[in-house]
Ligand binder design. Sequence first.
Ligand code: SAM
Ligand code: SF4
Ligand code: SF4
Length: 340
Amino acid sequence: MSAAVASVGLPRDRHGRPLHDLRISVIETCNYRCPYCMPEGLTPEETALGRARRLDFDEIETAVRAFARLGVSKLRLTGGEPLLRKGLPDLIARLARVPGIDDLALTTNGSLLAGQARALREAGLHRITLSLDALDPAVFKAMSGGRGDLADVLAGLDAAEAAGFRSIKINCVVQRGVNEDQALALVEHFRGTPHVPRFIEYMDVGTCNGWRRENVLPSAELRDLIAARWPLRALTPTYRGEVASRYGYEDGAGEIGFVSSVSEPFCGDCHRARLSADGQLFTCLFATRGQPLRARIAEGEDALAAHLATLWQARGDRYSEERASASPARRKIEMFYIGG
Ligand code: SAM
Ligand code: SF4
Ligand code: SF4
C-alpha cells in the first residue's frame, strides 16, 4: 500500500461496508426512451444538463485515481447511453491504466455498439453488459420507447463477440404483463452460449417512470417458470456483494442471473458508489441528492481522496431494505442520471 493510501485509509461506512465498486455515468442523455427509465415526455430537468457541465476526461481520471486509493477496484461506465459520449475509448484507455483498477466494464443499450466494439476492446475495456429486454422486434421497440431497433443491438452483440468480448451479460428488466414471455425467449436464445442473461426486477428508481409494485415480477416466480422448462441449480457467488444471484442449467448449457433488489434487497453487502456525469457522488441508487465533487476534484487527488473517505464514512444508505416504510412522495434521483 502506498503512503498516500495509508494516510487516507480504506474507509468503511456506518454499516461497516467498504468501498469496492464505482459506477460512472459519462453522459446523462440517451437515444432511447425506455418507459421504465426515461419515459418520453416525462423527462425531468436533469436531461437539460449541458455538455459544458459534464466532467471532462481529466476530471474523471482524477476522480478514479482517488476512488482507487480508497479501495475501488471495479469500475463500470454507464449513462444515459455511454456510447453517445464522444471519445469514450480515449477515456477507457486512461482509466484502464489507473493503479488498482482491475475490472473495467461498460453497460450499454447496444444501439451504437456495432461501430464501436473494436475500439472499446483495443482501448482496454474488459467487459460489456448489453441491455436487451425482448427478442420480439415489436416488443423491443415498445420497450425502448419506440426508438430502438432490435437488429442494431444484435449486430452490436455480434461485433462485440468478434472484437473478443467473451462472456457478455445481457440485462433484461422484467415487467409483469409486459415482457415476461420475452424473458423465456432470451433464456432459450442464449442457452448454449457463453453469454449470461440477467433478469432485473423492475425497480422504483427515480420518480418519472410511474413504478407500481404490481408491475414487478419477483425473481423467484420467474426462476420457477424458467426452471420448470430448463432445470437450474444455484451457483455460489463469485465474490461477496455480487448483485446477481447466479444459476446454472442442470444440463450444463450455461448460466443466468437474477437481480432482485425489490423482493430480496441486498443493501448489507452494497459496496457501490456512483458518480454522475456532472460530478456528483451518490452513495445509493435511491438517493435524494448527490454530493458535488467538482471543486474537490479541482483540488487534486489527495484532497479528493480525503473528502471521499469522509463522505463514505458518513454513509448509512439501505433504501431497498427500508422500501416498505419509505415515503412514496420522497424525491429520488433518476436512474439515467446516475447510471444503472
Ligand atoms: N443506457 C444504458 C443501458 O440501457 O444499458 C446504460 C444505462 S441504464 C440506466 C443501465 C441499466 O439500468 C440498464 O440495464 C437498464 O435496463 C436498467 N434500468 C433502467 N431503469 C430501470 C428500472 N426502473 N428498473 C430496473 N432496471 C432499470
Ligand atoms: Fe436509455 Fe438505458 Fe435508460 Fe433505456 S435504460 S432510457 S437505454 S439510459
Ligand atoms: Fe445499495 Fe442503495 Fe441499492 Fe441498498 S438500495 S443495494 S444501499 S444502492
